[in-house]
Design a protein around this ligand. Structure first.
Ligand SMILES: Cc1cc2nc3c(=O)[nH]c(=O)nc-3n(C[C@H](O)[C@H](O)[C@H](O)COP(=O)(O)OP(=O)(O)OC[C@H]3O[C@@H](n4cnc5c(N)ncnc54)[C@H](O)[C@@H]3O)c2cc1C
Length: 504
């Protein structure tokens, strides 16, 4: 680790920064400001690779600050003339959407994976305060044996809680953004602001009991945005249920619409209270479940007491009879009949499962960006929970998959009785230039077709972040005004979600 001299600002001091610099314009300039001599570039090379094979986002430098002091010092150095772009990641497992890459080439990647403290676990109220580098595996392990669990995603144990939340990721119990109670954010000028009732110096029971405090809610400003660097978050936990009842069945393509309507009713009535998922054949295959057949598989769950679960089971059986085939209701991993049931049960219970990542990438390591042969791109549209909308989305995917010669994996995630998002996954062989090119053409086509069909993005990759595609002009203008106010030099993640890029 080189000892670097931060000499760009008035408060300059010697920093033992963990840093690597490219021989690019930004890399050389940052190294000069820090008085660094380029050493190893192993991490830099690793950060330039991603499982989606995006042809952009090559890093100019990678800095892994160990605390807020170092983070502030880096922002100060980046703010000298000319300002240098920095791009924050929490753990950088943004697989399929760009991994650890920035929207544009030659940014300084600020990797917060060393901000790793679980600052607080409030087991009476069910709140965890975690720094941005804390992984979902670390937090779920810290909660083992407590009355609380974490709403986890299907991604790896070493993916983050905070970065996923800032992307509006989806957990198995609910959308991750719904776990958010408060954020701690470092602004471009190095000052710290906290949202909701989490204000500086206050230490009472009302800090995290709800997301908003008095006055305008500020947390949303920092989600899918580039207005600050989030350093920590207060996360609402999920009560560990007395009973987890998992629902598993097959849905023939001809009954898909009916099944969507039935599940929506069950969600509305509370008989399903976790995220309900419909997975097509290709999606199951990419997770290592290669059953044949053109039908969807449905997974959903109910968390509650035994009495309530029995009542929910009766509702589920009544609503899904004749629509869902081979319907099984079972109580968690112990009653699972196969690997897929076991894996999904554990995910509903807050236990991350790395195996899906291995299967998908053809690797036995989580360093799939460097070592996986399987390529993966994700398209994540936002959907209304209506049978015809799901059928239209599935039809578009089939048509685009066939046209480009790439089978598309689809998961429909029903978040509540109104909102859903879909994960459309494109798998390809990274070693083949033809397959890689075909996969990216299919991704472009999905973006265009869904936009034209009135189905916008829920979340998007580094190559599809133009403001014109995401917002109307009034919204773009307001976001640009906020950006100029909070980050006048435009150093923070230029172009992320269409704001602050030189082109927008
Ligand atoms: C098999 C598999 C299953 C998956 N299942 C799911 C799933 O169920 N649900 C889901 O949501 N995703 C899923 N993913 C996608 C992805 O892996 C996860 O979303 C993962 O959590 C994202 O990586 P991360 O948490 O390390 O976030 P990061 O990569 O660190 O962050 C994502 C982005 O947020 C911004 N950001 C991050 N941290 C900060 C910060 N501190 N301040 C400001 N901005 C910041 C950056 O722009 C960054 O690029 C899956 C992927 C695979 C391969």
């Amino acid at each position: 680790m080189p000892k670097l001299q931060a000499n760009a600002g008035p408060n300059s001091k010697t920093l033992a920064l963990d840093a690597e610099f490219a021989s690019s314009e930004v890399g050389r300039e940052l190294a000069r400001r820090l008085g660094a001599t380029p050493g190893s570039r192993a991490r830099l090379a690793a950060f330039g690779e991603d499982i989606g094979e995006f042809q952009r986002g090559r890093p100019g430098a990678v800095i892994t600050p160990k605390d807020q002091g170092e983070l502030r010092a880096v922002l100060e150095v980046a703010s000298a003339e000319p300002p240098l772009p920095v791009y924050t990641i929490s753990r950088g497992r943004n697989w399929g959407l760009g991994s650890r890459k920035a929207v544009d080439d030659d940014a300084v990647i600020l990797d917060l994976s060393r901000l790793r403290e679980i600052r607080e676990l409030d087991l009476s109220r069910g709140v965890a305060v975690v720094e941005s580098g804390v992984s979902q595996g670390e937090l779920s392990r810290a909660l083992a044996g407590t009355p609380w669990m974490l709403n986890i995603t299907g991604s790896s144990s070493d993916s983050s809680v905070v970065g996923n939340l800032l992307e509006r990721g989806v957990g198995f119990v609910r959308a991750r953004a719904e776990d958010l109670r408060a954020l701690e954010v470092m602004l471009a000028d190095g000052s710290i602001v906290r949202t909701g009732s989490w204000s500086d110096g206050r230490d009472d029971m009302h800090r995290f009991h709800r997301r908003v405090g008095v006055g305008p809610g500020l947390a949303e400003l920092f989600v899918q945005s580039n207005l600050g660097v989030v350093t920590a978050a207060a996360i609402g936990l999920v009560p560990r249920p007395e009973v987890l009842m998992v629902l598993h069945g097959r849905v023939p393509a001809s009954r898909f619409g009916e099944a969507v309507a039935a599940v929506r009713r069950l969600v509305r009535d509370g008989a399903i209270n976790c995220v309900a998922k419909f997975l097509n054949t290709q999606m199951r295959a990419s997770y290592g479940f290669g059953q044949p057949g053109g039908e969807y598989v449905l997974f959903a769950a109910y968390r509650g007491t035994a009495t309530m679960a029995a009542a929910a089971a009766a509702e589920v059986r009544g609503a899904l009879a004749g629509v869902v085939e081979a319907l099984r209701l079972f109580r968690g991993p112990d009653e699972a009949r196969d690997e897929m049931e076991r894996r999904f049960s554990r995910l509903y219970l807050g236990e991350p499962q790395d195996i899906s990542v291995y299967e998908l990438a053809g690797a036995r390591t989580l360093e799939i960006d460097q070592q996986g042969t399987g390529g993966w791109l994700a398209f994540v549209p936002s959907l209304v929970v209506e049978p015809e909308v799901f059928e239209r989305a599935a039809g578009l995917c089939m048509e685009i998959g066939a046209r480009h010669g790439v089978p598309l994996g689809i998961t429909f995630n029903i978040l509540d009785d109104s909102a859903a998002e879909s994960l459309v996954a494109i798998r390809f062989d990274r070693r083949s230039a033809v397959e890689t090119q075909r996969a990216h053409a299919a991704l472009d086509a999905l973006h265009s077709a869904f936009r034209e069909g009135g189905m916008g993005c829920h979340r998007t990759d580094i190559a599809h972040q133009s403001a014109a595609a995401l917002y109307d002009s009034a919204r773009t203008q307001l976001l640009e005004r906020l950006k100029r106010e909070l980050d006048p030099l435009g150093i923070l993640a230029p172009g992320r979600y269409g704001v602050g890029s030189t082109g927008s």
